[in-house]
Structure formats: structure tokens, C-alpha cells
Design a protein around this ligand. Sequence first.
Ligand code: R5P
Length: 299
Amino acid sequence: MIISLPASLGIGEKLSKILGLEHANTDYRIFPDGESYIKFTVSVKGKDVILIQTTYPNQDKRLIELLLAIDAAVFYGANSVSAIVPYMAYARQDRVFIEGEAVSIRTILRSLRSVGLDRIYVVDIHKENSLKYFNGAAYNIDPTPFFAKVLRNVISEPMVIAPDLGAERKAELLATLLNTEFVVIKKHRDKRTGEVRHELPETLDVRNKDAVIVDDIISTGGTVAKIAKYLKNLNARKVLVVASHGLFVGDALEKLKSSGVDRVYVLKTVDINISSEFVSILDPTELIAGRIRETFSSK
Ligand code: R5P
């Protein structure tokens, strides 16, 4: 049974049709003081329950709602509890950069497990290795083959660019699927100030090529804008961007446009509305359904 939580992005209903499963929404309220209230509208007793909730925006609130629902599903006798989290917040704080820091994603994944989550599905978590903090079945859904399919129809002579080492594996796979080369740009971050410096190669032959920047997330747009400017200066024919999660914080869209990006492709994994020709927002439901089919088994 699929249960859509308040930030399910409409994926739950579509997924239930694709997989032929029962679907229900939850009753959801916010008390005057800001606290969330969740109530199941159907019985989950004896069911393998799959909850759907993304966690942006508001990360903290959406995570609390997810915790409430997992705990309630266990309390009301679900046979197993799984969660599909299209965007997993806090994933970028995946280690100690400065002594004393909390490893946020470890806290989040341990908390989800501790209230009774058996299985978690996440779309393109920042580092797949973080899923080791979830002491249950954990699946990362990699959208790279899906992006490759979309891009094949709109590019010619591509070159794939990873804006940092973290995106190397993604760039390598995308380049293989597009039958082309890839380049990794090294990025250095000052741990204290957070300031970022890229080691941009002096020469890179992107003339008359479609450059494709691939990353997991666009937040402020700063990383991609920097690389896009560089590629335009080297006379790339087009600069396209594929990123799983488009948060587009503040003036990110303007920043990307003015840096020379021609088009951005993201998945609908976060709860924001953008209506701009400049951004293609792709539905991840089929991608998620495929992974559920491959991996799901009752407890
Ligand atoms: C960093 O490691 C991530 O993969 C992204 O490159 C980064 O978080 C993007 O952030 P922004 O859009 O703010 O530059």
C-alpha cells in the first residue's frame, strides 16, 4: 500500500497506478504553534506500507512528518514500512569537515531507522556511501541513464563536465552512455569560510561542442554558474546542465542564465514551482517504480 505524506509531489498516486497498488493520502494539519499533525485515513494493519515524502522545503518539518508517519505505521501494525524520499535533505553534511561538527545525514538516517523504517529509497543521495548509516535495506536511485535518454534527443557532439570529484562517477557513466568523453574539474573548499575555488584547466577543447555539466544538486547555482562561464569563454556551442535536484535558492536561476547556461534539466524531487522555459522538470515516477519493482520484497 502506498501512502502519500504532505510532500509527496503527486508521485504516490502515479506510482500506485503504475505498480497496481492501493493508495491513500493522510490527513495533515499544522497546529497554531507550528507543530505538524499526521493521521492515517486507512488501516495499515498487516500491510507493507510505502510512505512517500520529500524533504525540501522545509527540511526539518518534512523530516518530522516522515518520522511521525513511520512511527504511526509501526504502531498500527504495518507488516513492513518503507519510505521513498525523492530528495534527502542533510545529505551534504556527510562527514566531519571541521572537528566538532555533527554528521547530519548519519543522525537523520539513524533516526528514521530507530522509529521502525525497514527500507528506504532515495533519489540520487549526495554520496551513496552515506546509506551505510541506515541499518536496514537502503537503495539509491541513480537517474543518470534516464538523463542520458533525454539528452540524446537534444545534443550533438557532447562533452560531459563534472564540476567536482564528487560528480566524477556520474560524469563517467553519462559520457559512456552518450558515447563521448568527460572531464572532471577539481574544486577546493575552504573548510572555515566555505569559499570555493575551482582549478579550471587553461585549455579544454569544447569549441563547437555541447557541454553538459552534471551534478547531483543545484542549490545557489554558484558551482554550475562558475563552470558555465568558463565553458562559454572557451566557445562551447551550448551549455546544458543536468542535476537531479533543483533547489534554486535565491537568485539561482538568474545566476545560471547570466552565466551562459542554455538549459537546465532537473527531476521533480522537491516541492517548488518553477515555470520557465529555461528549466525542464522531469517526472521521476517511472524511475522510482523501476527500482521498487527490482528490489521490493515483503518482510
Ligand atoms: C557539492 O558537493 C554538490 O555536489 C553541489 O555541487 C553543490 O552543493 C551545489 O551547490 P551550489 O548550487 O550552491 O553551488
